[in-house]
Design a protein around this ligand. Structure first.
Ligand code: FES
Length: 173
């Protein structure tokens, strides 16, 4: 009974975490495509990284819950392969969506402006560890393209100017 309660509470926590964030919905569709198969973990981790830019703690725990795998196994696989990034090293993160809808609306110009201002390329962190810049493919916000995720918040209709206004708050002039 007690174990069941814990399970129900865990499920409620993850459902709440995923609510309102379309990236989790897309991830769920992908998990279903693999029929929740535990041996599809690597493919699913790839999709998660594509959506979120990196594999944050909450996402890994969500996958452990969805696939009914021990968290240690999910974290183990995610840390074993060099192509998975667990945490950007910067204090702040900027994930530019480069999916088709965002791309045709100028996401590449947004990315170029951020790269130039911060002096880093995608996948890198500024030397002062203030900002990590990442890219993702379709994060499920095509209706508000081009979308950029600043510190985990999906932000609509970005332009080079609005992106610079945001990251300038984090970078030393
Ligand atoms: S392509 Fe960027 S949100 Fe869909």
């Amino acid at each position: 009974m007690f174990a069941q309660e814990i399970k129900a509470r865990t499920a409620a926590r993850f459902i709440q975490q995923a609510a309102g964030d379309k990236r989790y919905k897309i991830l769920e569709v992908h998990i279903k495509k693999f029929q929740h198969r535990q041996d599809a973990l690597i493919e699913i981790l790839h999709k998660a990284q594509e959506l979120f830019g990196y594999l944050e703690d909450n996402v890994l725990r969500y996958l452990s819950w969805q696939l009914k795998l021990p968290a240690s196994r999910v974290f183990g696989v995610a840390t074993f392969y060099h192509f998975f990034t667990l945490k950007p090293q910067g204090e702040h993160t900027c994930v530019v969506c480069l999916g088709t809808a965002c791309y045709v609306k100028g996401a590449n110009e947004v990315l170029a402006a951020v790269e130039q201002r911060a002096g880093i390329k995608t996948g890198e962190t500024t030397p002062d560890h203030k900002l990590s810049l990442l890219t993702a493919r379709c994060i499920g916000a095509c209706g508000i393209a081009p979308a950029v995720v600043y510190n985990g918040t999906v932000t609509p209709r970005q332009t080079p100017e609005s992106a610079l206004a945001q990251i300038n708050q984090w970078l030393v002039p």
